[in-house]
Design a protein around this ligand. Structure first.
Ligand code: FE2
Ligand code: FE2
Length: 379
């Protein structure tokens, strides 16, 4: 790419976690409208406004490069933020590109959804001194809004893709339409967005259990999305929750013993309902074999069957998602599923109650922990 060879330079920054069709449409429209001499894609090392990206800078950069090439956009990918190695504000990046292209007309591309928050960005005076805003309108964006920044609006409206929902779908092994095929190939090849964990977790399971695991992950992600919590942790815990489920009862007892797992009423559990041990063994094996090291994720997996009187948000999410997963078909499951998305606490109480009632009706042993969970959630 020639430096300052021609008139117009477009800079497009973002987390690109993952890059999606919305990004590509905006980029293509900007390229058509301005016919820039150079387009710079600027992946953020981390965003000052969002939580840490799910994937590394290098993986996001590789996906972005591939997606832009596939979309036919000739663009350079700037490693500016990686080289700096710390949080970078837009004004710092813009001044860097201004120094690269001192005589160019510099545009900073964004979706109109960023415009209302723009006045709160740092040093907008310095951004606007060096660059013009180039804005793609999202549906419903009021005409005339943001005029104080003298933006150049692209023609038409642009779809709003939610990176959060795309990531949630990817965690569950789906290939959402919004992710460009070229990026999808990298995601698969490198096992991004929990791909490696998912593959490892499903390896021990037969087809029906694998289907259940993915259904549980989907519901866990939907619950997390409804509550604004982290879908990655929810998906990870759901993916490992039944990892040891297909082990024989005697194996579960042996593995629990061998590891000295702290399991309430272990002796009686081993004798009367050894299959319950799969929760704790799943968590222990996921740590050892799959490298899961987030204690909250491991705890949620260990608590998915009997719950716990002091279940946290993630524990409740997985406890309910397991019981109400899309592959379940007991009477009332559809209602439980709907409730899970509306009121997780009520759904956890109902799930605990349904489990205890079912055990009572079938004359089975009720683990004291399951009973305690039920009494705490649904007194
Ligand atoms: Fe289970
Ligand atoms: Fe399960």
């Amino acid at each position: 790419m020639k430096r300052a060879a021609k008139r117009t330079v477009v800079v497009y920054g973002g987390t690109f976690d993952p890059p999606h069709e919305g990004h590509m449409l905006l980029l293509s429209a900007a390229a058509r409208r301005l016919r820039p001499a150079a387009v710079w894609l600027l992946p953020a090392l981390r965003s000052p406004l969002k939580s840490a990206p799910a994937e590394s800078f290098d993986d996001r950069t590789a996906m972005l490069r591939a997606a832009a090439a596939e979309a036919g956009v000739r663009a350079g990918v700037s490693l500016f933020e990686k080289r700096r190695g710390r949080t970078t504000y837009t004004w710092q990046a813009i001044e860097y590109f201004r120094s690269l292209h001192p005589r160019a007309e510099l545009y900073f591309l964004m979706g109109s959804d960023c415009l209302p928050g723009f006045p709160r960005w740092r040093r907008t005076d310095r951004i606007l001194a060096s660059a013009r805003l180039l804005v793609g309108r999202r549906a419903g964006f009021p005409r005339g809004a943001g005029r104080e920044f003298s933006p150049v609006f692209l023609d038409g409206t642009f779809p709003e893709e939610s990176s959060t929902s795309l990531r949630a779908a990817l965690y569950c092994g789906d290939a959402p339409a919004g992710v460009p095929a070229a990026a999808m190939r990298i995601i698969r090849r490198r096992g991004l967005y929990l791909g490696r964990l998912r593959e490892g977790a499903l390896r021990r399971l037969g087809p029906a259990r694998a289907r259940h695991t993915l259904a549980c992950a989907r519901l866990a992600c939907a619950i997390a999305a409804a509550r604004g919590t982290d879908p990655r942790a929810a998906a990870a815990a759901a993916l490992i929750h039944d990892y040891a489920k297909e082990m024989k009862p005697e194996e579960l007892v042996r593995e629990s013993r061998r590891r000295g797992l702290r399991i309430p009423c272990f002796g009686e559990t081993a004798r009367r309902a050894p299959q319950l041990l799969h929760s704790w063994v799943s968590a222990a094996l996921a740590r050892e074999e799959l490298g899961v090291d987030d204690p909250a994720v491991l705890r949620a997996a260990a608590r998915h069957t009997l719950g716990h009187p002091s279940m946290g948000e993630l524990d409740r999410t997985v406890f309910v998602a397991d019981m109400a997963a899309g592959d379940r078909s007991f009477p009332g499951v559809a209602g439980l599923r709907r409730l899970a998305l509306r009121d997780l606490d009520a759904a956890a109480a109902l799930a605990a109650r349904l489990k205890v009632d079912w055990l009572r009706r079938s004359g089975k042993w009720i683990h004291p922990l399951g009973l305690e969970t039920c009494l705490r959630l649904d007194p």
